[in-house]
Every structure is written in structure tokens, then in C-alpha cells.
Design a protein around this ligand. Structure first.
Ligand code: NAD
Length: 287
């Protein structure tokens, strides 16, 4: 993978981190970014992550990339793909870092064909913006690729190789299953964290006391991810709507069970519920 020409659409936290990781591994490449924010392009250039950039997608044509990485919020993908289709060389491979796969993958294939390879790195933080990008984000982390029967084998092994180069562990998953899994283990916790802050805002108003003046360690740990980017999360919730609604349904059910036990003052049942949860949490495997 030497002398690569990489086009990146959306040079934010994730896109910047992937390019920094490739650099750290000594991969020689030239990267050109498209971003709607001039500031992102400026910061990425200052950090030596890209050699050039533009706010217009059309500028990618002249750069003639052999690989294009989409690293914008997921609901922008279809529109961007429709423009890229007529812009890029037919051999250019296109992949993404988006948190939702499912229907998007099939839509992207309809637009771009088998050279599109869906990908989702299971790494990240609540930080956004290329100023926060780091080079070691993907080391030892999982990356889910979602090939289908249409996926070009050469494009798939190219993208897989890219991730392995930066130390990631690649797994394949069917796009629909991906969205069920991450609707539960990632999208639900984010929804809960955002909602918990909302609850405390409500209760501050109702009780006439600013509850945010008294955050304990638990509250801080639990709500860290509520500082994540709102646009990115709006897109994820809407794009994975059915699975997020299903996960919320289950969560509300679990909360109701606990509420009911507390109402009934059923100490035994509460202990059982908490013990089971604690055991499960202690056995959690590292991602
Ligand atoms: P970010 O906000 O740091 O970066 C996104 C960049 O895309 C920004 O610079 C923004 O200006 C740009 N952008 C937005 N719309 C655009 C458009 N239409 N055209 C061109 N540029 C546009 O976000 P991020 O954390 O880097 O997330 C990027 C992608 O990675 C998302 O699809 C997200 O679902 C996925 N992802 C994020 C994480 C995480 O923890 N942050 C983890 C896994 C996957």
C-alpha cells in the first residue's frame, strides 16, 4: 500500500484519526479532503494530515483518488455517493466509517456498485473535529465490514488490508445484523445518556435546584457520551430507527421492572436484579 492517493469526504475526528494512523504505520500516501467546513480543512492541513482540500466534492475529480473514504454523518452518504458516481474513475474503491449499515449499504451499492465496501470502526470517543484526531485510535480495535454478494472481492480485500495496516481486527457482519447489534450496544446507551441529562434538566426546574452542581463520579461516567456530536447522533437515530426503537422498548421494559420492584418494596427481587446485572458487567469482554 505505497504511494496511495486517498480522497476523504469529511475530515473530522474519525477521518483524521485514520489518516494519522496510516501515517504512523509508515504508509506513504497523499490525501485530499472535502469538507463543508473551511476550518476543518485548515486544521487538517496544519496538522499535516492532508496535502489539500476543498469544500466542493467536484474538486476530487482532478485529484484522481484510488480510494475514497466517507467520514461524514451517515445521512449525507447517499447524496455524496450520487455525486461521486459520475466523478470518480470506475476503478476507485469507496468505503465509509459510518455507524449505521443496513439499508445504507444496499443503497450505496445501488449507486456505486460492488466497489463500495461498508465499514464501521468500533472505536471512537465523544470528541468530534479533526483537532482531536489521534493516531492510535484503531490499534487492537474491531472494525466491522459488511460485504454483500455484490461486493467486489478485490475492493473488500483492499479495505480489509487498510484496516489491518493500522492494527485493527476485521470482522464481517451482514448489514442488517450490524444494525441490530449496534442499535443495542451503542445507539441505546447514547440515547440513554442524552435522555438522562434531559431528565436532570427537568428535575432541576421542577425542584428549583440546579442538580448539575452536584455531579458524582457515576453521573460523570455515565453521561460522558452525551457530549457527542448532535448531528452525528441525530443521523444515527433516524437511520437506525427501527432497531433504536426496539432497544428503547426493551430498556423501558427493564426500567419498569425495576420501578415495580421498588414500588413493591421487594428487596429480594431488587437484589436478584442487581446481582445478575453486576455479574454480567464484571464478565464483560474488552472490545
Ligand atoms: P466529526 O464531526 O468529527 O467529523 C465529521 C466531518 O464531516 C466534519 O468535519 C464536518 O464538517 C464534515 N461534514 C459534515 N457534512 C458534510 C458534507 N455533507 N460534506 C462534507 N463534509 C461534511 O465526526 P466523526 O466523529 O469523525 O464521525 C464521522 C463518521 O464516523 C460518522 O458517520 C460516524 O457515524 C462515524 N463514527 C464515529 C465514531 C465516533 O466515536 N466519533 C465511531 C465510529 C464511527
Amino acid at each position: 500500500m505505497e504511494g496511495l492517493r486517498i480522497g476523504i469526504v469529511g475530515i473530522g475526528f474519525m477521518g483524521g484519526s485514520l489518516l494519522l494512523a496510516l501515517k504512523r504505520e509508515g504508509v506513504s500516501f497523499d490525501a485530499f479532503a472535502i469538507d463543508i467546513k473551511e476550518r476543518a480543512l485548515k486544521v487538517a492541513k496544519e496538522r499535516g494530515i492532508i496535502s489539500g482540500g476543498d469544500t466542493r466534492l467536484e474538486a476530487l475529480k482532478e485529484f484522481e483518488p484510488e480510494l475514497v473514504i466517507l467520514a461524514t454523518p451517515v445521512r449525507t452518504f447517499r447524496g455524496i455517493a450520487s455525486v461521486l458516481r459520475d466523478l470518480l474513475d470506475k476503478r476507485c474503491i469507496i468505503t465509509d466509517l459510518g455507524s449505521v449499515k443496513g439499508e445504507i449499504v444496499y443503497d450505496m451499492e445501488n449507486i456505486l456498485g460492488g466497489r463500495f465496501v461498508g465499514g464501521h470502526p468500533i472505536a471512537g470517543t465523544e470528541k468530534s473535529g479533526v483537532e482531536h484526531s489521534v493516531s492510535d485510535l484503531f490499534k487492537g480495535k474491531k472494525v466491522i465490514l459488511t460485504p454483500t454478494e455484490r461486493t467486489d472481492k478485490g475492493a473488500l480485500s483492499y479495505v480489509e488490508n487498510l484496516w489491518k495496516t493500522v492494527g485493527a481486527k476485521v470482522e464481517y457482519m451482514e448489514p442488517g445484523l450490524h444494525d441490530y447489534v449496534f442499535g443495542a450496544v451503542s445507539h441505546l446507551p447514547h440515547a440513554v445518556a442524552f435522555a438522562l441529562i434531559d431528565t436532570l434538566m427537568d428535575m432541576s426546574k421542577e425542584g428549583g435546584v440546579n442538580l448539575f452542581l452536584y455531579p458524582g463520579g457515576g453521573f460523570r461516567d455515565f453521561t460522558r457520551i452525551a457530549a457527542s456530536d448532535p448531528v452525528m447522533w441525530r443521523d444515527i437515530f433516524l437511520e437506525n430507527r427501527d432497531n433504536v426503537l426496539l432497544a428503547l422498548e426493551h430498556y423501558i421494559n427493564s426500567l419498569s421492572k425495576l420501578k415495580d420492584m421498588i414500588e413493591r418494596e421487594d428487596g429480594e427481587a431488587i437484589l436478584e436484579f442487581l446481582r445478575e446485572a453486576k455479574d454480567k458487567r464484571l464478565k464483560l469482554e474488552e472490545f
